[in-house]
Design a protein around this ligand. Structure first.
Ligand code: MG
Length: 161
């Protein structure tokens, strides 16, 4: 059985993961309007992964006798400055999520909640991946620039995710 403290914290993280999906969908909408279908595809896949993260916490809660209580989501940013801005904000957001996951892990340790610690090991590794992916694409974007042939090539590459 999950403690009420852990249930509250996991409900908060379900919201954070769903907000991530919302943010990446908003980035996808920007990319669609900017005629960058590859960027839009990458962001849509990312949004689906975030829903998957929320569902991992959802199932963990249910399996351990907790009660999922969904919370209101904030409106994500609508406008972005450029393709580079998308990935600067993606990296910034993923670093923020990493800190949230680390805080949740610290709480699970404090609460002697071993099962949640095991679940959170997966998320800790996942965040390493998330930050590495965003860092790599951002580095490529900085070489390619925000317009021209190199950006078109990168858009095609991102379509292959
Ligand atoms: Mg996530």
């Amino acid at each position: 059985m999950l403690s009420q403290t852990m249930q509250d914290a996991i409900n908060e993280q379900i919201k954070n993961e769903l907000y991530s999906a919302y943010l990446y969908l908003s980035m996808a909408a920007y990319a669609e309007e900017a005629n960058l279908p590859g960027f839009a595809h990458w962001m849509k896949v990312q949004a689906q992964e975030e829903v998957g993260h929320a569902m991992k916490f959802f199932e963990h809660m249910t399996e351990r006798g907790g009660r999922v209580v969904l919370q209101a989501l904030d409106q994500p940013a609508v406008e972005f400055a450029s393709p580079t801005d998308l990935f600067e904000k993606t990296l910034e957001h993923e670093r923020h999520v990493t800190s949230l996951i680390h805080n949740l892990y610290a709480l699970a340790v404090k609460e002697n909640d071993y099962a949640s610690q095991v679940l959170l090991h997966w998320f800790i590794e996942e965040q390493v991946e998330e930050e590495a992916n965003a860092t790599q694409i951002l580095a490529t974007l900085k070489m390619a620039g925000d317009k021209g042939n190199a950006l078109v090539m990168l858009d095609r590459a991102l379509a292959g995710r």
